[in-house]
Design a protein around this ligand. Structure first.
Ligand code: GLP
Length: 248
């Protein structure tokens, strides 16, 4: 794992965009997360695309998760989030958006996404966030590293934190996440600091699904100072502390 610590949310997002743009050229499939954390990154991707400096032509996308069941018209759906924050602003061929759409039938919902993933996956470059309880995607504590695309029950904590419109979701499993060639995980704010430090320096355990990323060959965590505040690092972690404003 490589860890980059930046001063604040804006600097974390700028760094994420830099790494994203570098890896983008060699990536055919891009994996996206939802949540507040990647919003500024998506704004930067959108404006670079609008300026013609970045193009999604020839690329395909995957998303980690979606509430279940939910109508795609629902403003709280991740489909609405992705359209608003990214898809409407980039030149992606819409047929190449692979999304875990909520269908009326649970089996159909899961099988459809498994089929898309087996045809167009794995993901070359995956953007990840992290839940306060260490979830990635909607892989809640208790998820094994062998988990695959499926419908899950959200934890009470996640339901509360996310103000979730429903109590279930479809998510990629840890297996598909670990199959991504390159992963960039973003975390901002002190409420993520426990999950971040346990994921990086704690045991690899299903109690904290993000800890499975320790087994991934090319994962970079980009943290702001608050998210990194409980990090006591060592072992095989490559760390770059960058606080450009410290001496300002
Ligand atoms: C949701 C999503 C995750 C995301 C997490 C963190 O639970 N399923 O993919 O990483 O929220 O969200 P935020 O960035 O708003 O803290």
């Amino acid at each position: 794992m490589k860890i980059i610590i930046k001063n604040n949310y804006a600097d974390m997002s700028t760094e994420a965009f830099k790494l994203f743009a570098e890896a983008f050229r060699d990536s055919e499939s891009l994996g996206f997360a939802t949540g507040n954390t990647p919003k500024a990154l998506y704004r930067m991707i959108s404006s670079e695309c609008k300026a013609g400096r970045l193009s999604f032509r020839g690329k395909c996308t995957f998303n980690l998760d979606e509430y279940y069941p939910i109508s795609s018209q629902n403003s709280e759906s991740y489909w609405s989030y992705m359209n608003e924050n990214l898809f409407n602003n980039i030149d992606i061929d819409r047929r190449k958006i692979n999304f875990p759409r909520s269908m009326p039938n649970a089996d159909e919902t899961v099988n459809r996404y498994i089929e898309k993933y087996s045809r167009f996956g794995p993901v070359d470059l995956q953007i990840l966030g992290i839940g306060r309880n260490g979830h990635i995607g909607f892989n809640e504590p208790g998820t094994t590293k062998y988990s695959t695309i499926r419908i899950v029950d959200l934890s009470p904590d996640t339901i509360k934190r996310n103000n979730a419109p429903v109590h279930k979701a479809i998510t990629m499993g840890i297996r598909e996440i670990l199959e991504s060639r390159k992963i960039i995980l973003l975390a901002s704010g002190s409420d993520k600091s426990w999950a971040v430090s346990d994921a990086v320096t704690g045991r690899i355990t299903k109690s904290l699904p993000a800890s499975f990323l320790q087994e991934h060959a090319d994962t970079t965590l980009i943290l702001d100072r608050e998210a990194a505040s409980r990090l006591h690092y060592g072992g095989n972690i490559e760390m770059q502390q960058q606080y450009p404003n410290d001496h300002a």
